[in-house]
Every structure is written in structure tokens, then in C-alpha cells.
Write a protein that binds this ligand. Structure first.
Ligand SMILES: Cc1cc2nc3c(=O)[nH]c(=O)nc-3n(C[C@H](O)[C@H](O)[C@H](O)COP(=O)(O)OP(=O)(O)OC[C@H]3O[C@@H](n4cnc5c(N)ncnc54)[C@H](O)[C@@H]3O)c2cc1C
Ligand code: FES
Length: 512
């Protein structure tokens, strides 16, 4: 731990909740504008999803520009591409500042990016996409010879894209901020945010009063229920490889579903992808195997060096939610970055600091959290949200996975019914059992075991917990309750809310 937790009340100009790319970039912009800023984080700063990132920085979005031109307009798609380009430039400039002032090399590196097709249909889609890129003024080329051994038949090259070392970059931002007088408090969870003049952020150790509050928590917090239904949590996987023959230094993206991407890192390569919805896979660890199989078939792997997984949030219409929290003139939020959070998180810092300064930002109108969705986003919204009622009901009908804890092997976690309780039970490598309630404190769904990370993951909105019950990812705000495996006398009657969790915490608002 670098910084102490908050242990007193505080008054600042702006408080940033969350010390990832979005929070730290916002803090930097505000500090540069002369504001007194405090950053709080429920864990350590620079240790959330930003530190798990593979940090390729491109103008590509997860949604094709052709789709954005169709759903929005040519001008709006142009504004978004420009905003992404500016975010890359901004990371480049901050990396340079970090290098010159702090002598920390955040490893910012410019290089081209290729998105390639493996079938005629994919090549046709990419030709259409290139034409959309030209229509909105982007620089890109058609390439018949993608310089990657394997199945690439052709695709688009974008020059001047980049990579950065995410952790070094974030730690550089923290040090820059410290030098500029920004305050940091770690292990300090915001438990309540009350917008007003001033606004209030309540934490267990004290309350912070501020003119403006920036919620950069990656996941919408529980007082943003309207947004929780507009984003879906996915697990994503990454692997560091040594290849027999390195391709030219560039970023490579395929068009498969699930997709794969490759970026260089010194003498190694990082392969990512094989995403799936959080909490819905029986064997999450099989996704590492799928990644390795892809690598061995297509890339010529000398050695697998390491691997990890992380969480991304997919927004209903493919664009992040950045700006004013609806109805709260002094509370701002940034979420739903999909696999582009390093650039969108940087853009969030620009948009939010511009809003606070009363300046206009071209991209702000397109990313407002209360924006209306289109037909395409409504379809995604309905399909992603069907998981909440589906798992809520299904897991109550088949609530236990095993009859007895004796059926749980070392390193395995299963749900077991013990008298009136459904418990999530994990057996560690020393055969010791760890029991917590299987009921997610967010909205009452049952958690599922993730065998890749040894965590309990909720399939409804993506909350995640350690096997001890400690909260890892929201929207839940509390740990899973610790439980005893001892049987107890059943109660005479069971209140409905206890039998079914509390299904009324999350509402299904209008999909707007
Ligand atoms: C494996 C992987 C690969 C990726 N690859 C890329 C890529 O190549 N390019 C790209 O652009 N993006 C990529 N992304 C996405 C990108 O990294 C994320 O979208 C981005 O880092 C999210 O930044 P953030 O600041 O919103 O969240 P985080 O970095 O998670 O920061 C949020 C912080 O908020 C804190 N917090 C949460 N709730 C509270 C609370 N109540 N009180 C106090 N603190 C709180 C958390 O502890 C955390 O530190 C990848 C992500 C993963 C997981
Ligand atoms: S995350 Fe919403 S019910 Fe678990």
C-alpha cells in the first residue's frame, strides 16, 4: 500500500472515486486547471482493470465505423475517430512528461495496426469499413499482404497507432499528480455519493465535501442502477508468448467471434481475446487453453511466458457512457469502455474536465450517459439483460451443484445447499473448506465459480468475489457473507425476501 486510508473529513474542489486510467487522467486535467483534487480507491490506485490491460491504443473501436455512420452520422463518426486519435496523442504527451520529469519509461511506442480478414465475407466487410474510414477523413490503406504468418488474407492498415505499458504509465500519472499536490487515499471505498452544493462522498473513515465528484469506478455503482442494465460484464484473456519468428512490430486484430489480437512487448508478444460473459462459463480456464491453441496453430509459439484475465464492460450501443450522472449537475461518471478503455478512459478525463470548466467538448454530446439508444442498442440491451431474470430464476430451481461438500475437489468451488442456505464452498489446495453465502449482495443472483481465477463471479451484472467472499468487482458494494458449514435448525417460516434475495434492488428502467 502506497497511501493511507482516509481517516477524517475533508473539503476539496474535486474528488475522484477510482484510481484507474479514467480517474487518474481526470485528476491530472483538473489539477492542471488549478483544482485541489483528492483521489480515493477501494483498493490500491493503479491496480484495477487498467493494470490488467494489454494497452493497445488505436483509433479502431470495438464497433465498426460503418455501423456508427449508419447509427449516428458521418460527422458524429468523424468526431469519435478524432477523439480516439487525440486520446492516443494525449497518452504520448503524458508518457513524454513522465519520462522527462520522473525518468520513468512508460514504453509508449508508435506502430501500425492491422485488422485482417480470413474469409471472402470478412474481406468484403473490411473493404466497406475502409471506405467508411475514408469518408470520415481517417488515414488508412488496403493491404493484401498482412505481415503475419497464418491465415490473414488481407485487411486494413492504420498508421500511427501505439502501445504503452499500462502499469508504468499509471504509476507515472500518480507520481506526477503527487508532485502537483493531489491527495491520495487507498483502501477507502465510497459507500455513498450525494450530489449537491457541495456534493458528498461518504467513506467508512470520513466524508469528503467537494464541488464536483467524478465516479471513475469502471463499473456503475449501486446508485446508478439505470446504467447497470446498459452495460454487460465480460471476462477477457491475455497470454505473453515468445514466438519462433516475430512478425513486424504492429498491432494485429482478427474478425473472429470471439476475437483475437496480438501486440508486441519487447522481445515478447501479447495475445488477447477469447472473451465470454462473466459468470456464465462452467470452465473459464478453458479459455486460456483456447488462446494457447489459437497461438500454437497460427503464430509458431516457442514458449508461453505468462497469462492473466480481466474484466471489460460492453455498452449496449457500442459507445462508452461519459459525462454528467443524469439529474446530478455536479456528479460525473465514466463507464462502458469495452476493450478500448485506455483511450476512452483518457478521453473521459478530457470530457469531464471540460464539463467542469464549462467548456465544450465535441464528443461529449455523443457519449452522454442519458442518451437515447437506437434499435440496434435496444436489441443488445434486451439480450444482455435477459441474463438477470434467467439466472435469478434458473439458479433457484437448480440452486445446488453438489449434494455434499465431499464432492468438492481441491481447487474447486461448488454451490451446496445446507438447510435453508445456498453456500458457495471452495476447497483450497490444503483441503480446507471456505464457505460464503452464494447470494450476490447486489441483487440476489447466485454466484458461479471461476476456475481460471479461483473467484466467485455473478452472471447477472458481473460482480466478483474472492473465495473468502471479499469483493473484487462491483456493482455489488459488499462482500459475500461468511457462512458456517454446520447445519442449524430451520426457521419456522421464511420471509419471502430471505428466500429469494431482494429482487427489487435492480429495476428495469426504460432502455433510454
Ligand atoms: C485483459 C484486458 C485487456 C485490455 N486491453 C485493452 C487494450 O488493449 N486497449 C484498451 O484501450 N483497453 C483495454 N482494456 C480495457 C481497459 O483496460 C479498461 O477499460 C480500463 O483500464 C478501465 O479503466 P477504469 O479507470 O475505468 O477502471 P479501473 O482501472 O478498474 O479503475 C477503477 C478503480 O475504481 C476503484 N473503485 C471501484 N469502486 C469503488 C468505490 N466504490 N470506491 C472507491 N474506489 C472504487 C477500483 O478499485 C479501481 O481501482 C483491457 C482490459 C483487460 C481486462
Ligand atoms: S452483480 Fe447484480 S446480482 Fe450479482
Amino acid at each position: 500500500m502506497l497511501f493511507p486510508p482516509l481517516k477524517k473529513n475533508l473539503r476539496v474542489d474535486a474528488v475522484v472515486v477510482g484510481g484507474g486510467i479514467a480517474g487518474l487522467t481526470s485528476a491530472l486535467r483538473l489539477t492542471r486547471a488549478g483544482k485541489r483534487v483528492a483521489v480515493i480507491d477501494q483498493g490500491e490506485v493503479a491496480s484495477g482493470e487498467s493494470s490488467h490491460s494489454t494497452a493497445h491504443l488505436t483509433e479502431f473501436l470495438d464497433t465498426p465505423y460503418t455501423q456508427l455512420v449508419h447509427d449516428l452520422s458521418m460527422e458524429d463518426a468523424r468526431i469519435l475517430s478524432e477523439a480516439k486519435r487525440n486520446a492516443i496523442r494525449s497518452i504520448k504527451e503524458s508518457s513524454r512528461e513522465i519520462l522527462l520529469e520522473l525518468k520513468i519509461d512508460a514504453e509508449f511506442k508508435s506502430m501500425p495496426a492491422y485488422t485482417y480478414g480470413e474469409t471472402d465475407a470478412e474481406l468484403d466487410e473490411l473493404r466497406t469499413e475502409l471506405s467508411s474510414l475514408w469518408d470520415i477523413g481517417m488515414v488508412g490503406y488496403w493491404c493484401d499482404d498482412i505481415p503475419l504468418a497464418g491465415p490473414a488474407l488481407g485487411g486494413i492498415e492504420l498508421p500511427n497507432q501505439a502501445t504503452v505499458h499500462p502499469r508504468k504509465y499509471l504509476l507515472g500519472l500518480v507520481e506526477l499528480l503527487e508532485r502537483k499536490g493531489c491527495l491520495f487515499f487507498e483502501n477507502t471505498r465510497a459507500t455513498e455519493v450525494i450530489g449537491g452544493v457541495p456534493s458528498k462522498v461518504v467513506t467508512p473513515g470520513g466524508t469528503i465535501l467537494a464541488d464536483d465528484v467524478i465516479m471513475a469506478t469502471h463499473v456503475p455503482t449501486s446508485n446508478q442502477t439505470f446504467l447497470q442494465t446498459k452495460v454487460a460484464a465480460y471476462r477477457t484473456y491475455a497470454m505473453v508468448l515468445k514466438l519462433w519468428n516475430s512478425p513486424p512490430e504492429a498491432l494485429y486484430f482478427d474478425r473472429r467471434d470471439p476475437y483475437h489480437y496480438l501486440r508486441p512487448w519487447g522481445e515478447f508478444w501479447i495475445l488477447g481475446g477469447e472473451d465470454h460473459k462473466t459468470g456464465t462459463e462452467e470452465h473459464a480456464a478453458s479459455h486460456f487453453l483456447a488462446l494457447e491453441t489459437f497461438a500454437r496453430r497460427n503464430l509458431g509459439v516457442e514458449k508461453v511466458i505468462g497469462q492473466w484475465s480481466g474484466q471489460i464492460l460492453e455498452p449496449a450501443d457500442g459507445l462508452p457512457y461519459i459525462g454528467h450522472a443524469p439529474g446530478e449537475p455536479h456528479v460525473y461518471l465514466a463507464t462502458g469502455f469495452s476493450g478500448c478503455g485506455m483511450t476512452f478512459g483518457t478521453l473521459a478525463g478530457d470530457i469531464i474536465s471540460d464539463l467542469i470548466a464549462g467548456e465544450t467538448n465535441g464528443a461529449e454530446r455523443l457519449l452522454r450517459p442519458n442518451r437515447m439508444g437506437n434499435f440496434h442498442s435496444l436489441a443488445c440491451y434486451l439480450s444482455e439483460n435477459s441474463d438477470f431474470p434467467k439466472f435469478f430464476v434458473k439458479d433457484r430451481i437448480h440452486d445446488a451443484e453438489v449434494e455434499s461438500v465431499d464432492e468438492i475437489a481441491c481447487g474447486e468451488g461448488k454451490r451446496v445447499r445446507i438447510d435453508d442456505r445456498v453456500l458457495a464452498v471452495y476447497r483450497d489446495d490444503e483441503t480446507k473448506l471456505h464457505a460464503v453465502s452464494a447470494v450476490c449482495p447486489h441483487a440476489g443472483c447466485h454466484v458461479h465459480f471461476n476456475d481460471a481465477e479461483k473467484t466467485w463471479d455473478c452472471p447477472c451484472h458481473g460482480s466478483r468475489f474472492e473465495t473468502t467472499g471479499k469483493l473484487l468487482n462491483g456493482p455489488a458494494m459488499e462482500n459475500l457473507k461468511r457462512e458456517s458449514l454446520a447445519r442449524r435448525d430451520p426457521p419456522m417460516t421464511l420471509p419471502l425476501s430471505e428466500a429469494f434475495g431482494n429482487p427489487f434492488v435492480v429495476h428495469f428502467p426504460d432502455p433510454t
